[in-house]
Design a protein around this ligand. Sequence first.
Ligand SMILES: C[S@@+](CC[C@H](N)C(=O)[O-])C[C@H]1O[C@@H](n2cnc3c(N)ncnc32)[C@H](O)[C@@H]1O
Length: 214
Amino acid sequence: MGEVARAVSERGELLLRRRTDGALELRVNGVFVMDDAETSSEELLASAALDAVLRPARVLVGGLGLGYTVGALLTDLRVESVVVAEIEPAVVEWMRSGLVPSVLDDARVSVVVGDVRDVVLAQPVASLDGVLLDVDNGPDFLVYNENSALYESDFLGECRLRLAPGGVLTVWSSSASAALESAIRFIFGACVVRPVPVALQGRAETYYVYQGSS
Ligand SMILES: C[S@@+](CC[C@H](N)C(=O)[O-])C[C@H]1O[C@@H](n2cnc3c(N)ncnc32)[C@H](O)[C@@H]1O
């Protein structure tokens, strides 16, 4: 396996590497975060959000990663602006420098290097048609422990406040989470759960997408 780039931030070590199967992989503190071999669920996160909203013009995405969710959003011409919150400066730099295929050249995209919590809180009330969260491997498999609050009712309530009527929160998870489902139901009144079958290096797995509509 070959190292493509490495960086250190206050949260730890990031590694971008080329696996022996040819896939590009992002790791944080040794933990798998994303690769470009199986991207269907990250793209489904985008299509689930797009399908759920009548007019998905203004969208906020938490977690740039390798850019598959953002890239899938941009294929929809109804999308006029995508604000991307990415906490790791290196992830943005690697995309800007071409180490990772870029989704940032589209004029509809603006990236904020920062915590998605702060980026959501900075948005005006009722200004967004969609908020998409994919910053961890899910609420039960966090990349950073501090992210646990993102799946709890206080932050979900802040997301709801920033959604326009009919706007939708969509959250990716690598495992079923009864706690997330009930927190979304508490804040939004209902929660749609979509299991996503994926093939991971020959293994059949199920990921999940959770949605609440304002
Ligand atoms: C699983 S990857 C996202 C994958 C992305 N959906 C894609 O299509 O490639 C998670 C990303 O979220 C970022 N991240 C983690 N915690 C964050 C936070 N609190 N705020 C913003 N970004 C965060 C990580 O650095 C990483 O780039």
